[in-house]
Write a protein that binds this ligand. Structure first.
Ligand code: DGY
Length: 311
C-alpha cells in the first residue's frame, strides 16, 4: 500500500501489514486471517475458489483494493455473511489514460520503436519503414460503457475517433458522448477499427473475445484490453496477430498474469504492459483510502459506501 495509506490503517486498526510486499499463498493468508476481523487485499491476490469457504469465522469483511472483483466470489461471501467492498470511481481516469496509451502505442508501434532505439537499429529506418497506423478518423468500439469506457470515449474523441459501443443497456444523456450504441457485441465488431475492452470479467464475458468475434473485426483492426485478460482467448488473438489479420494489440491485462502466454513476447505487433492501469501514486492512494473508508464504516456498524454484497 502507499505509505500514507499504511499509516492511516495502522492508526485506525490493530493491523498486520505486509511491509515486504510479499505475495502470500492461500495457507498463509488463512493462517493470518484467524486473528483478524477483516482483510484488505488486491486483485493481484488470486487465492482461488477455496479461499472464502476456508476463511475463519472471525473474518467479517473483505475490502479489495480494486474496482474489479472477479478474484472473489460474491455468492460465497454472502453465504458466509462476509461483506465485500471494492474501489469504484477513483481509478477511472488513470485506467482510461492507459487505454489511450495502448491505442496509440499499438497503432504507432511504441514497442518496436522503443526496441529499435535501444538495440541501436535506428539506422534501419526509412521514410516508408517502419510505419504505424492513424488513429484519427477511425472508429473506436468500446465493449462496456461504464465509468472507464466513458472516460476512454471522451479521450478518444479528442483524438478524432468516432465512438461505437456495446453495453447491456444504452448510456443515457450526456454520458453517451454522442456515441453509437449497438445492442449486441456481434453488431459492434464490424464497426470497430479499434476495439477497447472495458467490461468486467464475469461468467458471461469470459472468453467473449474469441476467434469468431475477432473474425468479425475489420481487417487490420487493433484490440486493446485494460479490463481483464480472461475476456480474450489468447490462442485466437495470437493467431490473428501472427497472420496479420489484426494489425496490432495493446494489452495491460492477461489471463493467468503474470505468467502470460509466452507467444505474446515473440510478436512485434503487440504492445505489452504489466497491469498498470491504476498505477499512479494519486490513484493508488485514493484506492487505499477508499478501502479504509469502507472498513471504518463497516466496523462502525454502518453500510459501507462500496458494498458489493447484500446488507
Ligand atoms: C482494478 O482495480 O480492478 C484494476 O485492474 C487493478 O487491480
Amino acid at each position: 500500500m502507499m505509505p500514507d495509506v499504511e499509516r492511516r490503517i495502522a492508526s485506525l486498526f490493530a493491523a498486520t501489514l505486509n511491509p515486504e510486499d510479499r505475495q502470500m499463498g492461500l495457507e498463509e493468508v488463512l493462517d493470518k486471517a484467524r486473528s483478524h476481523d477483516g482483510l484488505l487485499l488486491t486483485s493481484f491476490d488470486k487465492l482461488g475458489p477455496n479461499f472464502i469457504p476456508a476463511l475463519p469465522p472471525s473474518i467479517r469483511i473483505i475490502a479489495t483494493h480494486s474496482v474489479g472483483y472477479d478474484h472473489l466470489s460474491i455468492p460465497q461471501a454472502e453465504a458466509k455473511g462476509i461483506a465485500v467492498t471494492n474501489t469504484p470511481g477513483v481509478l477511472t481516469d488513470a485506467t482510461a489514460d492507459i487505454a489511450l496509451l495502448l491505442i496509440l502505442g499499438a497503432a504507432r508501434g511504441a514497442s518496436w520503436g522503443d526496441r529499435m532505439v535501444r538495440e541501436n537499429r535506428w539506422g534501419e529506418t526509412t521514410l516508408i519503414s517502419p510505419m504505424g497506423l492513424d488513429v484519427s478518423g477511425k472508429r473506436l468500439g468500446i465493449l462496456g460503457m461504464g465509468r472507464i469506457g466513458q472516460a476512454v470515449a471522451k479521450r478518444a474523441r479528442a483524438f478524432g475517433m468516432t465512438i461505437h459501443y456495446h453495453s447491456r443497456r444504452p448510456v443515457s444523456g450526456e454520458d453517451a458522448l454522442g456515441a453509437t450504441y449497438h445492442a449486441s457485441f456481434e453488431a459492434l465488431l464490424p464497426n470497430s477499427d479499434f476495439l477497447s475492452i472495458n467490461c468486467a470479467s464475469t461468467p458471461e464475458t469470459r472468453g467473449m473475445v474469441n476467434a469468431v468475434a475477432l473474425a468479425r473485426l475489420p481487417d487490420g483492426a487493433i484490440l486493446v484490453n485494460t479490463a481483464r485478460g480472461d475476456i480474450v482467448e489468447d490462442a485466437a488473438l495470437i493467431d490473428a496477430l501472427g497472420s496479420g489479420r489484426l494489425a496490432a494489440a495493446g494489452l495491460d491485462v492477461f489471463k493467468g498474469e503474470p505468467a502470460i502466454d509466452p507467444r505474446y513476447r515473440t510478436l512485434d505487433n503487440v504492445f505489452l504492459l504489466p497491469h498498470i492501469g491504476s498505477a499512479t501514486p494519486g490513484t493508488r492512494s485514493a484506492m487505499g483510502h477508499k478501502c479504509i473508508d469502507n472498513l471504518k464504516q463497516f466496523f462502525a456498524g454502518e453500510k459501507p459506501p462500496d458494498l458489493l454484497t447484500t446488507w
